[in-house]
Design a protein. Structure first.
Length: 357
């Protein structure tokens, strides 16, 4: 950090700029100037997939402010946008470009989900649009010393973190073996299709398998994996995708410590009848426990709690559970500790539960 940046980030200057802070004044002069905050300018929007009747997929290239510290392949960021002058809305997206350093440009690749206010806005955004940005987060990353053989398994938009890893290995000129398995709805829905086709043709040591169930390609199973990669349970594996795919992967790797997973979407939990009541203490309301996550039950009760990813990654939805027992729908772990901070998007109450919402 330069002397000027050190001065701008100092507590003394921040106090003098109160109540707005130094960054508010810098932003007025130049949106790309920042002392503490991280912002980014969109410099390119590239359509990856555009199938009629389906949400488009686009890669957004971002030029961050110098306060961006870079990322490790597989990590994610929170992007915040202000749409039509409304309150800033933040969602989590995985970085799809290789490892980056401070101030480097990077990319995020996203599907414009019909219910996704932020993703729909960004996929249609104009070059020059400014967004708010977090530092990179997440532990779903490659080790510094990469094994000789690694296996990547992904499905749908879950391709983004493993593609970041693959690109990083290519840039590092990794001399080992990489097996890349990806499931897409059809060839037309394949994200990064041209790049993966080129890698399949010329990527030394990279074995690419693009599978499309609607064309009759095999589903993931232990037998199929064993044929593809003999002894796969001992091969370091990174898997990301929707819950059904990850469930199949975890069953195939039962009792193996070679697997790391990240859910592209939280598993669906039962919304049938469940015992007890859920109390939202701050709102002063109580409702019958449906068995859904606390975030879903809060929204059903008319509340609007903060959230970001809805899959237990970003911690934006953290709230204090005052009492009761909850189950993490990703891991199956339960906890009954009082006054405990939990992620309500992946916490399902068991019996009576009170949460500070």
């Amino acid at each position: 950090m330069s002397i000027v940046q050190n001065l701008l980030a100092s507590r003394a200057l921040e106090a003098l700029a109160s109540p707005h802070g130094v960054d508010r004044y810098l932003e007025l002069v130049n949106p790309m100037w920042a002392a503490r905050e991280v912002r980014a300018r969109i410099v390119d929007v590239h359509r990856e997939v555009d199938v009629a009747g389906h949400p488009p997929v686009a890669t957004i290239t971002l030029q961050p402010t110098s306060t961006w510290q870079g990322h490790r392949a597989g990590q994610h960021v929170q992007l915040g946008v202000e749409i039509d002058g409304a309150r800033r809305t933040t969602r989590v997206f995985t970085v799809s470009s290789p490892d980056s350093r401070q101030g480097d440009r990077f990319t995020v690749t996203m599907r414009a989900n019909p219910d996704g206010l932020v993703s729909r806005h960004l996929v249609e955004a104009e070059v020059g649009t400014m967004v708010h940005l977090s530092q990179a987060q997440g532990e779903f990353t490659l080790p510094d010393l990469v094994p000789d053989h690694v296996l990547f398994i992904s499905g749908g938009s879950g391709i983004t973190p493993v593609m970041s890893m693959l690109r990083s290995l290519q840039r590092r000129t990794h001399r080992g073996r990489v097996t890349f398995v990806h499931y897409a709805q059809s060839p037309e829905h394949q994200i990064f299709a041209d790049e993966l086709a080129e890698i399949a043709r010329s990527g030394y040591g990279i074995d690419v398998h693009l599978l499309h169930p609607e064309l009759g390609d095999p589903a993931l199973s232990p037998a199929w994996l064993e044929r593809l990669v003999p002894g796969y349970r001992d091969v370091p594996t990174w898997a990301c995708g929707p819950a059904p795919l990850i469930d199949a992967v975890q069953k195939a790797y039962a009792d193996s410590d070679a697997l790391q997973v990240e859910y592209f979407k939280a598993p669906v939990v039962s919304t049938g009848a469940a015992e007890g009541d859920v109390t939202f203490t701050r709102a002063g309301s109580t409702a019958a426990n449906t068995g859904a996550t606390l975030l879903e039950q809060a929204e059903a009760a008319g509340l609007k709690p903060e959230f970001g990813c809805r899959m237990g990654i970003c911690f934006s939805c953290t709230a204090t559970k005052k009492e009761g027992t909850v189950t993490n729908v990703l891991t199956g772990e339960t906890s009954s500790l009082p006054d405990e901070d939990i992620r309500i998007c992946v916490s399902s109450p068991q019996g009576d539960c009170a949460v500070d919402l």
